[in-house]
Design a protein around this ligand. Structure first.
Ligand code: PLP
Length: 411
């Protein structure tokens, strides 16, 4: 429901009327901020009154190239006039082109297309079940603070109690272990264990970055016990950290040859258009033969066109480099802010376009609200962390502007 005070501060009269009508008929399952957004371009959105906001939330790490990037708009428009949907009973060229891009970046394997992050993780869980079927294994280990989606299986996989309340009984055979604690992972492995599912950076959980030691030990444990290492790259993937997948960034400069067995993707993959994907390494991919899984919309021509355009722009304009440089600069300025306001900021962490400012007090939502009033959109992650999710093509000026607003808010 609407917080009255800020609501009046932010929304204009027409917006107020729309918000009220909205809340009469739309399910109240989101704690929305009272901002009626009318249009967006690049790093900015405009509300009903024509007020401009610098958008460092970008649809929760979805708009990889900002709002309404010409290349994505054109790709969707062109595709829309040609072919919008054919189902997976037939072929169209887009899936092949998009899967080639993904295989080119992740290695020999096959790609399954779906429509969201939860669906991608759902496919990872089904892959693990198939993998363990013959040996009677089905138990999956995930981390405290993880977030894997809101379907019943991905909810069960998620290591946060708050999203599960009222939905028991869940899917059994998930164990959550403390984040970055590979010894706890090792202790949780039992005869029935078949997979370990982790994010490289826990986005929803508070921008908690995996340590290189954790990743290398988890890979070792999987190798020794014949377990699948399932990677949830839904939020931290698609070049957000400066590399395609966050393990490449986290393990940079170490000669460890780390690779997961399967990777879930969504969010930034479609640059704003809903699309999810799962890469499964060969020959493991052979497990998912005809009839093993499916979704009607998955990999439809529009989604593929949007994702392909997103890849093309990122790679042609070296936006992986851009977000790496911008992110490093932003992070170091935020660390200065932390030093200046140690009573308010306890930590700054993350990489590239996935940064977290941890507050001393549990009022991330209040902070996000204050920032909206000052013209900056961000996203809370848990009770204490304010997340910055700029687009990969964010400019130095836009970062400076965000910093100025943040400094003023802490001052
Ligand atoms: C957002 C998110 C999901 C769920 O994606 P949806 O598209 O909302 O279903 C899963 N895993 C991670 C890491 C996410 O950030």
């Amino acid at each position: 429901m609407i917080e009255q005070r800020v609501y009046q501060l932010i929304a204009g009269q027409r917006a107020e009327a729309v918000l009220r009508r909205h809340d009469q008929v739309v399910l109240g399952n989101y704690a929305r901020f009272p901002l009626l957004i009318r249009r967006g371009k690049g790093c900015y959105v405009w509300d009903e009154e024509g007020r401009r906001y610098l958008d460092f939330a970008q649809g929760i790490a979805v708009n990889a190239l900002g709002h309404c990037h010409e290349a994505i708009v054109k790709a969707i428009q062109d595709q829309m006039g040609r072919l919008m949907h054919v189902s997976n009973l037939f072929y169209h060229e887009g899936q092949a082109l998009l899967a080639e891009r993904i295989v080119g970046l992740l290695g020999a394997g096959r790609v399954f297309f779906c429509n969201s992050g939860a669906e991608a993780n759902e496919a990872l869980i089904k892959l693990a079940r198939r993998f363990g079927a013959e040996s009677g294994r089905y138990h999956i280990i995930t981390a405290h603070g993880s977030f894997h989606g809101r379907t019943m299986a991905t909810l069960s996989a998620t290591g946060q109690e708050k999203v599960k309340v009222g939905f028991y009984p869940l899917l059994p055979e998930f164990t959550h272990v403390p984040w970055n604690d590979w010894r706890a992972v090792e202790s949780a492995v039992r005869r029935e264990t078949v997979a370990i599912l982790i994010e490289g950076i826990q986005g929803e959980g508070g921008v908690n970055v995996a340590t290189p030691e954790f990743l290398t030990h988890v890979r070792r444990i999987c190798d020794e016990r014949n377990l699948l290492l399932l990677w949830d790259g839904v939020q931290c993937g698609m070049f957000r950290t400066g590399r395609f997948q966050s393990y490449e960034r986290i393990l940079e400069g170490r000669d460890v040859g780390f690779s997961p067995d399967a990777v879930a993707m969504a969010k930034s993959l479609g640059g704003g258009f809903p699309v999810g994907a799962v890469w499964v390494r060969d020959p493991l991919s052979q497990l998912m033969g005809p009839g093993s899984h499916g979704t009607t919309y998955g990999g439809n021509p529009l989604a593929c066109a949007a994702a392909l355009a997103t890849f093309e722009v990122i790679q042609a304009e070296r936006l992986d480099e851009n977000i790496r440089v911008r992110g490093e600069a932003l992070k170091s300025s935020l660390l200065d802010l932390r030093d200046k306001y140690p009573g308010q900021i306890s930590d700054v962490r993350g990489y590239g376009g996935l940064l977290g400012i941890e507050l001393k007090e549990c009022n991330a939502r209040g902070k996000v609200m204050q920032l909206i009033g000052m013209g900056l959109l961000t996203a809370a992650a848990g009770e204490k962390v304010v997340r910055l999710l700029p687009p990969l093509n964010v400019s130095e000026e836009e970062c400076d502007q965000a910093l100025q607003i943040l400094s003023r808010s802490f001052a």
